[in-house]
Structure formats: C-alpha cells, structure tokens
Ligand binder design. Structure first.
Ligand code: ZN
Length: 507
C-alpha cells in the first residue's frame, strides 16, 4: 500500500489556537482525509512547540513549571483539534523524551560531520518570533512581524554551516513541486541569490530546552529543535514507522516560516545524511477585517466559539472555500453566514431534500438504475468534474476543487428547474424519462457527498446515509460504484442537514 506522511507546523504552546492556526490544520486534514479515501496508508502528525522562551515566561507567570504548563496546554490543543474533527494520528510535544532523544542524536550526527562550530554572536532578537534579525530586515528598528523592539543579544553560540549547502539547496528549489505555491519558491530563490548565512542553533543562559550533546551547558535553539519533530514523531531512525513513512510527503506550514522549512530543514537533513521531504506547502494567512490575526495584536477569532455557533464542519467548509489555500483571505462572520445559507442550506441541502421528496412521491423510496437515454450528458459532466476535482486535490488546490464541486451542485439545481419533474410526473408517457432525471440528480448528490467527505466528514456521512449509502471506516473512493453505476437508491428523508440560518433576527 502506498504511504503518505503529512505534517503541520507545530504551535507555540503559550496561547490557545486561533482561527489562523485552525485554518492550517483544517487544510492539512482535508488533504489527509482525501489521501485516505484514495487508498493511501496515511500518517498525519501535529504537535506543540514548547521550548520557546515565551512558553517559559508564560509558565512562570502562571506559577507552574514549564513542563506542567506545556502538558496543560497540550490538553487544550488536542481538545480544540478534536472539536474541529481533525484526524491526526499522533500529537507530539517537543518536551517529550522521544523528541529530546532525536534532537540530540541528529545534533550529534551533524556535529560529527563538521557542520556545527562555535562562535560569538550578537544581533537583534525578537522574542515573539524567536528569531534573530539583521539591521536591514527590521522595519524602523522594529520586528517586521510584531512591530515590537527586538533585544540586542550577545553570546557564545553554536552555528550550523548553512552556507555549505547553497548548491544542493539551489538544485532542490529547482526541483518541480518541492516548494509550493510558486510564489514561495521565488521568495526562497531570492534569499539564495542574496547569499545565505550560517545560523545560530543554540542559546546560552537558559535551561528550558534540549541540551546539546557536545556541550551540555547550551540548549538547542527552538527552531533547530522544532523542525526535528517531523522525524521524532516517527520514533527511532531504525524503527518501523521511520522506515515506512520517511521522507514526509508533505509539510503544511504558514508562509512566514517557509525559509526555515525550505532552506534550513533540508540542509540539516543533508548534513545528517537523511532523505529530505518531498514537498512543502506554504499557505497564506487568514486576516480578520484586513489585519493579520495574531494574539499579540488582539484580533484573534476563537475557533471554539465559531464551532459552538455554527458547528465544526460548516466552519471547515467556509474557510476552505473562502480563503484560497495558496493565497491570503479575509474572514468575517457575516460572510460565513451568507455562504452557509447560499452554498450549504440552499444549493446542497435543499437539492438533497427536494430530490429525495420528489423521488419518494413520484416513484417510492427505492429508485432502480434506469437505462440512460436522455441524460447521458449529465453522467459525462459528473465524470468530468471528478477529473477536475482529483487534479485539483492532487495539486493541493483545495479551494479550486471546491469551486468545481459547487459548479456541479448548481448544475443539479438547474437540471431540476429546467426539466420540472413535477410537470413530468403528471404525464405517464414521461415516466421513464422522469426516473432517468431523478437518477442522474441522485448521482450528482451521491458523487458530491463522496467528494466532500474530506471537508465535511460527518455531514457527508449523514447525506450519504439519506441516499442509502454507508460510509464505513476505512472506505476508499473505490469502495463505491463509479459515477452512473449505482444499481439502486434506497432513500430516506433526513432531518435538515444544513438548516437555514435566520439572518433577519440579527440585531
Ligand atoms: Zn517578531
């Protein structure tokens, strides 16, 4: 069985998930679920990044030791991801022994190969980014991301010889599809052109972190530590999981950390003589009324509140449809409500309930597969949509795949409007044609529900059940009859799967 190993960025444990972090996990989950339906043996890893100095500070404020604090935060993160129906197979905390062991093992390997050296370091350090900045990268002396004044830090540090890898990195960036979307690759090629610098991989004067094996007085810089989670999440280098799933097929990350993943991480792996991941996807940001969402700016939308208001799957659908997976987008509750009523309640939900009502009324709860004489073009259209959907999903163009699906759903509504089954039902001579029409619309619904399982797994399970199809655990697309080959439909009228929101009662 073909394997597919997918990861997301791990999150700083000092604040609870906001909609921006949730967006990334939802997108990765859609890909993981799609790959499982395609028949891949998928492993999906997420986790928390715990060795940052902000985490230590936050724990101190709460009068907890950092590990206790991190464990408490991990419980909250896991609960949030569960509430959003994220199907990760594992959740790694970087304070876990399995991660400490792997970071020390890889640091030693890279050190032994001569790619780590000691030197004094000074520079502008943004605590929120956990990153050093050069003078030229600051915006009016402030961190470009946080608009706060960085600290000037001087200490003896260990450095990773990133400069030794300029050539292999250049080659790698030119490998088709290694970094996507294309805009992110161009950004990194630009960095290569201006010249790489060796990167500090240690911090002195703190005990919260992973001690370096060649100097126990220093801890690993949080980024050097964090990147390695993708491997430590698989266990030891000679273990079953590592052999089965490494290299990763896809790292899903935010566009702000593309440099770490597209340059430093592959260089670390080359230095350690390990295979590099196959692809990196740097998604854009969700803004909130035009501003980047971040805790320090105080404009975060709480995904848990949105789940309470609208349900997990409505939120999943909305952000995947509204915010292109390769670009930035804006979030507002007003847009979510409008889209919910238009796309889910109206286009999809209403098509399902009215079609089932009509079949039940004109034919009965069971509709057998008719000979297709008049509506062969509809079957062809579903097949064509299937190809477009698959291409887009395979290219991780999730919003484009959804656009195609909604064209098909709209077409189902148009078919009913144009052919008026209620008129056909009055004419016994049209009986065969009516059955055919109802069958092809049911096929649109069945196919749409299957294709939308990765985005709305529970809702689509309900929809398939109404169509007489069971979505069993471990099912793949191939477990179901292909488009136009469903032998019969045994229908049952469901409760409203997407009840319309009454927007007139809003204050
Ligand atoms: Zn910053």
């Amino acid at each position: 069985m073909k394997t597919f190993y997918i990861t997301t960025a791990i999150d700083y444990a000092n604040s609870t998930p906001h909609l921006g972090t949730a967006y990334e996990k939802i997108g990765a989950d859609v890909i993981a679920r799609y790959k499982r339906l395609q028949g891949f043996d998928v492993r999906f890893l997420m986790g928390n990044d715990e060795h940052s100095q902000n985490v230590r500070k936050k724990a101190e404020e709460e009068k907890l030791d950092p590990k206790t604090y991190c464990d408490q935060m991990a419980v909250k993160f896991r609960a949030a991801w569960k509430a959003l129906h994220i199907s990760n197979d594992d959740f790694i905390q970087t304070s876990e022994p399995r991660h400490h062991e792997m970071v020390r093992a890889l640091a030693k390997k890279i050190y032994d190969k001569g790619f780590i050296y000691k030197a004094p370091y000074e520079g502008h350090y943004c605590v929120s980014c956990e990153a050093f900045y050069q003078e030229k990268d600051l915006a009016d002396g402030m961190c470009p991301n946080h608009k706060t004044k960085p600290e000037w830090i001087r200490e003896e540090n260990y450095f990773f010889k990133l400069t030794a890898f300029a050539e292999p990195l250049k080659k790698l960036l030119h490998t088709k599809d290694f970094i996507r979307p294309e805009s992110r690759r161009n950004e990194l090629l630009g960095v290569l052109e201006t010249g790489l610098q060796d990167v500090s991989i240690s911090r002195a004067g703190t005990t919260w972190g992973i001690k370096l094996p060649f100097d126990e007085s220093a801890v690993a810089y949080v980024w050097f530590d964090a990147l390695i989670n993708y491997i430590s999440g698989l266990g030891s280098l000679d273990g079953v999981l590592f052999k089965k799933y490494w290299p990763a097929d896809l790292h899903v990350i935010g566009k702000d950390i593309t440099r770490f993943h597209g340059l430093i991480w592959p260089a670390m792996l080359i230095a350690a003589e390990l295979p590099i991941p196959k692809a990196i996807w740097g998604h854009g940001f969700i803004s909130f009324k035009g501003e980047k969402m971040s805790k320090s700016r105080g404009n975060v939308a709480d995904p848990m509140e949105l789940v309470d208001m609208f349900g997990a799957e409505v939120l999943r659908y909305h952000v995947m449809r509204e915010v292109p997976w390769d670009k930035d987008g804006d979030f507002s509750i007003e847009r979510l409500q409008l889209r919910y009523n238009a796309d889910l309640a109206n286009d999809l939900g209403n098509l399902l309930s009215r079609t089932i009502s009509m079949v039940t009324k004109y034919v009965g709860p069971t509709l057998a597969q008719p000979t297709i004489a008049h509506f062969a073009a509809v079957i062809e259209k579903i097949k064509a949509t299937d190809k477009l959907y698959e291409n887009n999903m395979d290219n991780y163009d999730l919003s484009a795949a959804l656009d195609e699906m909604w064209k098909l759903v709209s077409y189902g509504n148009v078919l009913i409007g144009e052919n008026q089954p209620w008129t056909m039902a009055k004419d016994p001579a049209q009986k065969e044609k009516l059955n055919e029409l109802l069958y092809v619309v049911l096929e649109i619904l069945r196919y749409s529900a299957l294709a939308l399982v990765p985005v709305m797994p529970e809702k689509m399970k309900e929809m398939l059940a109404a169509l007489g199809t069971t979505l069993a655990d471990g099912a793949t697309f191939k477990s179901f009859p292909y488009v136009g080959e469903q032998k019969e439909f045994n229908l049952s009228l469901p409760g409203p799967i997407f009840p319309r929101l009454d927007l007139t009662t809003e204050p």
